[in-house]
Design a protein around this ligand. Structure first.
Ligand SMILES: NC(=O)c1ccc[n+]([C@@H]2O[C@H](COP(=O)([O-])OP(=O)(O)OC[C@H]3O[C@@H](n4cnc5c(N)ncnc54)[C@H](OP(=O)(O)O)[C@@H]3O)[C@@H](O)[C@H]2O)c1
Length: 327
């Protein structure tokens, strides 16, 4: 093997930051392929999810959250999918060539905006259902956040009604389908007429455009005595107004990052939380996904080198998620 080829095999193409800052800090670089630890697998990344939080992380917003000094070059990308390229001896669940998806928040070995990523085996899974690589790549953080919100934080019961605010977005469109699968009646507050059509197609029992002025009217028709619970993925005046449709002693949950935070209301519990990975949560998610047709909506896929354009698309109206094609 020539020296050049050897060298090439130890390095990978990645979009990495040399400092935190604006979109101009996202640069294609050649970096060493990360090495796996005892409980890790190496993924040959085919697609990466572009998270709503990626611009915040790019600007250095996670340093405090993660409580450790950042290491540059810094590779973004919490979510991704690809094939297993290497497995540590201790890991029995995966073998080379398996099609997997995974998540790792603020991975010190580098994120998924790269040709390879080393992740904890417990944060990876075989791809469920008939999902494509792009669909699997954008899935984990938002789906696990949706599921934890519905299942654990709201403790949603099969006979209850739930409002999903921001229902046509990343977390929202997955939450609509997961809430239906948990047996709840779903009131979806989506963005725009296209958003309303989208969430109805995904199974929402009632849907309304959250930018219109008839949200409370439609909510009253849906649940005259008030809605039992709400999962909120976007904040602001429209959110606080819509939340007045939650019944007395009802529950509201929102993932940290939703800004402005929903205003508390007397007699309604409100809880902020973080989504989490881990074997148990991922297995439960996969089971629910495999219980029937499940749509992970990828609005648009950009090539890796256009990561900055992909991130700026986050600020524009769109349905579902944005992906990067890596390999
Ligand atoms: N703490 C955690 O563990 C965690 C995990 C994942 C995400 N998050 C945070 O959770 C938040 C949501 O994430 P996401 O991935 O779901 O983001 P997203 O895809 O941007 O979803 C938010 C959705 O809300 C919609 N929206 C805004 N105002 C609305 C209104 N008045 N009526 C109806 N819909 C409205 C947006 O529509 P447009 O398309 O028109 O903008 C968008 O579809 C972000 O802040 C993210 O950082 C936190």
């Amino acid at each position: 093997m020539t020296e050049t080829k050897k060298a090439r095999e130890k390095t990978m193409r990645a979009v990495a930051l040399d400092r935190f800052g604006g979109p101009e800090t996202l640069k294609v670089q050649n970096l060493p392929i990360p090495e796996i630890g005892a409980d890790e697998i190496l993924i040959h990344v085919e697609a990466a999810g572009v998270g709503a939080w990626d611009p915040f992380e790019r600007e250095g917003g996670f340093v405090e959250v993660l409580g450790r000094a950042p290491k540059f070059p810094y590779v973004l990308g919490t979510d991704g999918a690809g094939t297993v390229a290497a497995v540590s001896e201790k890991v029995k669940k995966f073998k080379e060539g398996d099609r997997v998806y995974a998540l790792e928040l603020g991975n010190p070995k580098g994120g998924f905006y790269a040709e390879y990523a080393a992740v904890k085996a417990d944060n990876a899974s075989l791809i469920p259902g008939a999902l494509t690589m792009e669909q699997a790549a954008v899935l984990p953080s938002d789906a696990l956040t949706a599921l934890k919100g519905l299942d654990e934080v709201l403790d949603l019961r099969p006979d209850e009604s739930v409002m999903i605010f921001g229902a046509s977005g990343g977390i929202g469109h997955l939450a609509v389908q997961l809430a239906k699968r948990l047996g709840a009646r779903v009131f979806a507050v989506a963005s725009g007429e296209d958003g309303v059509g989208f969430v109805k197609r995904l199974g929402a029992d009632a849907a309304v455009d959250g930018h219109s002025d008839n949200v409370l009217e439609v909510a009253r028709e849906f649940a005259p005595d008030g809605i039992d619970a709400a999962l909120v993925t976007a904040g602001g005046e429209a959110t606080d107004r819509a939340l007045s449709a939650i019944r007395a002693a009802g529950r509201v949950a929102y993932p940290n990052g939703v800004m402005p935070e929903p205003k508390p209301r007397a007699g309604v519990s409100i809880e902020a939380y973080d989504g989490e990975g881990g074997r148990e949560a991922i297995d439960r998610l996969n089971q629910l996904i495999e219980a029937g047709p499940f749509e992970v909506h990828v609005h648009r896929t950009f090539p890796l080198e256009e990561a900055a354009a992909a991130q700026s698309t986050l600020a524009e109206h769109h349905l579902g998620k944005i992906a990067l094609r890596v390999g």
